[in-house]
Write a protein that binds this ligand. Structure first.
Ligand code: TPU
Ligand code: MG
Length: 562
């Protein structure tokens, strides 16, 4: 019989749910726990430069691998990591945050402890975590650990949200019961059959009564494991299919029914018009926010939509809960008749934008020139991660080859997310070509994680857009606070290389220099390549200008007087 400790129990469960790595920053409250995790042969321990980055590395790993774990020390570590955990909540990613915590004897002894507020309250961290996770547990005796750990991980997987587990430093190596079959954590909750039947009937009737229906995919179809079901429904209905920016790539862009990226007035060509023209819209896994509705200018009217959410369908005045989105979409695909009107109409005014071949010039680099060269680099194995700023817009209008993926953190929107997230993603998906577009301001938040890419020899390609400031904010609301200190970004990579390391930092001021840098990046397989692309401060997409203006208008609404 295998003897388990609290720490080895956790390690076994993390390996059983398919993790091969976990992201850590050590501290005296978690060191014994880290020893226990190190002993699990299926789990590699990956250090990060700080806990914010560790949480985003885990977030990126979960995007590639389905789930992730991040292990930190009490308060000084965990409170930083909770930012990335909030991001994982918003973005529907099951990231397990594990924090070491004070010795169980100290609370009763009324001791004051380091890494705390200097009061006798040690429960505040778990209280905070409750608001940012779907399950937050604090282990207080080893006997309870298996049950609490299982509850947290099971809930995270079911709800596709982060969870929090707190383990006191003197319990990590204490013996506890051994784990049972992993299916008790991974078995999905089935849809309620009667509710599923009723929801499908209501949605089928709604679509039958509409002449020109259309489909819109949102990011939660991935969390719901409903991409294939969504495609089945699309093909049964034969309508046009649009995707939100955060669902880009979840429906193939080379599919004959693909009708573009939906982002209100800055949608791809013809997409907004066809959504307006449609008389009904099945929204699958969508999330409508001020950003995705372009300052509330493109929120579809409730009467026109079927709102097919992660576990709940709202249609024709009914709210059907306790359902799985994939079950609903699969079943609905069998109940609909072909209604291709929106696709036929879209084909009339779609003008396929034949992208000109990127012709690198010796002139000053422009945003458009950079866009074309990054576009030309994308292959079926590429994953493009785009950070907040004009990188969002540069990325969302690129054409994804079949198989290429796109990652964006458009709901949480933490600048600098892409650097640690791409580190985690690259570890989780070693066979994919990981490409990042990140602004100078964003990069300054989390730059240290490039050093970990060097350590782990990950050939991530980073396009760092140096436009000397927070251009997205310039477009929303300008002020002196949008200027930032310039760095020698390309030079920074050598600082991180130190005495060893194959990171490469390159400067591109012209189209030709960018083309040469991309060639070099392709040859650098033993570490990251950061290409600093120097463009003018105001050289941004027209879409970001329009979007920024709308969002600023929404932000500026005066308080309603009642
Ligand atoms: O392309 P560009 O110049 O807009 O990108 P860059 O240089 O990365 O600037 C991003 C500017 C920005 C800020 C300062 N975008 N959003 N913010 C607000 C913000 C502040 N702090 C965090 C953690 N996240 C944010 N989104
Ligand atoms: Mg910038």
């Amino acid at each position: 019989m295998t003897l388990h400790t609290v720490g080895s129990y956790l390690a076994t469960r993390l390996a059983q749910i398919g993790l091969k790595h976990h992201f850590v920053v050590p501290g005296d409250y978690n060191l014994v726990l880290l020893d226990q995790l190190l002993a699990e042969p299926g789990l590699q321990q990956v250090g990060c430069a700080n806990e914010l980055n560790a949480s985003f590395a885990a977030e990126g790993y979960a995007r590639a691998n389905g789930a992730a774990a991040c292990v930190v020390t009490f308060s000084v570590g965990a409170l930083s990591a909770l930012n990335g955990i909030g991001g994982a909540y918003a973005e529907n990613l099951p990231v397990i945050l594990v924090s070491g915590s004070p010795n169980t004897n100290d609370a009763g002894a009324h001791h004051l402890l380091h890494h705390t507020l200097g009061t006798h309250n040690f429960s505040y961290q778990c209280e905070i975590a409750k608001h940012l996770t779907c399950a937050a547990v604090a282990v207080t005796c080893a006997d309870d650990a298996p049950h609490l750990i299982d509850h947290a991980i099971r809930t995270a997987l079911r709800e596709q949200k982060p969870a929090y587990i707190e383990i006191p430093c003197n319990l990590a190596a204490v013996a506890c019961a051994s784990p049972g079959p992993i299916s008790s954590l991974t078995q999905p909750v089935p849809s309620d059959p009667d509710t599923l039947h009723a929801a499908v009937a209501a949605a089928a009737a709604f679509l039958a009564s509409s002449a020109k229906p259309m489909l819109l995919a949102g990011p939660r179809i991935r969390a719901a494991g409903a991409q294939e079901a969504f495609r089945k429904l699309a093909e049964a209905l034969g309508s046009a299919v649009a995707v939100m920016p955060s669902a880009k790539g979840l429906f193939p862009e080379d599919h004959p029914q693909f009708a573009g990226i939906a982002l209100g007035e800055v949608s791809t060509r013809g997409c907004n018009e066809i959504i307006d023209w449609a008389d009904s819209l099945l929204c699958a896994g969508t999330v409508f926010t001020d950003y995705t509705t372009v300052g509330w200018t493109s929120l579809p009217p409730a009467a026109k939509i079927i709102d097919a959410g992660y576990d709940r369908i709202v249609v024709s005045g009914h709210d059907f809960g306790n359902l799985r989105l994939a079950d609903f979409l699969f079943a609905l695909a069998g109940q609909v008749q072909a209604k291709p009107a929106t696709l036929v109409e879209y084909a009339r005014f779609r003008s396929p934008i034949a992208l000109p071949a990127a012709e690198p010039s010796a002139e000053k680099l422009t945003r458009h020139g950079m866009f074309l060269q990054v576009q030309a680099l994308l292959t079926p194995t590429s994953t493009l991660l785009v950070d907040t700023g004009d990188s969002w817009f540069n990325g969302m209008y690129m054409a994804l080859p079949h198989g290429a993926s796109f990652e964006i953190e458009m709901l949480w929107g933490h600048i600098g997310w892409s650097v640690p997230a791409s580190f985690g993603y690259a570890l989780g998906a070693p066979r994919r070509q990981v490409i990042v577009m990140v602004g100078d301001g964003s990069f300054q938040m989390t730059a240290q994680e490039v050093a970990q890419m060097i350590l782990y020899k990950l050939p991530v390609i980073i396009f760092l857009v140096n436009n000397r400031g927070y251009t997205i904010e310039v477009e929303i609301h300008d002020g002196p606070y949008n200027n930032i200190k310039n760095w020698d970004y390309a030079g920074l990579v050598n600082v991180f290389n130190a005495e060893s390391g194959a990171g490469m930092g390159l400067l591109a001021r012209t189209g030709k220099e960018l083309a040469a840098a991309i060639q070099q990046a392709g040859r650098n397989t033993q570490g990251p390549t950061l290409i600093e692309c120097v463009i003018d401060r105001d050289d941004c997409t027209r879409q970001m200008i329009s979007w920024g203006r709308r969002v600023a208008t929404a932000n500026a609404r005066p308080p309603r007087v009642t």
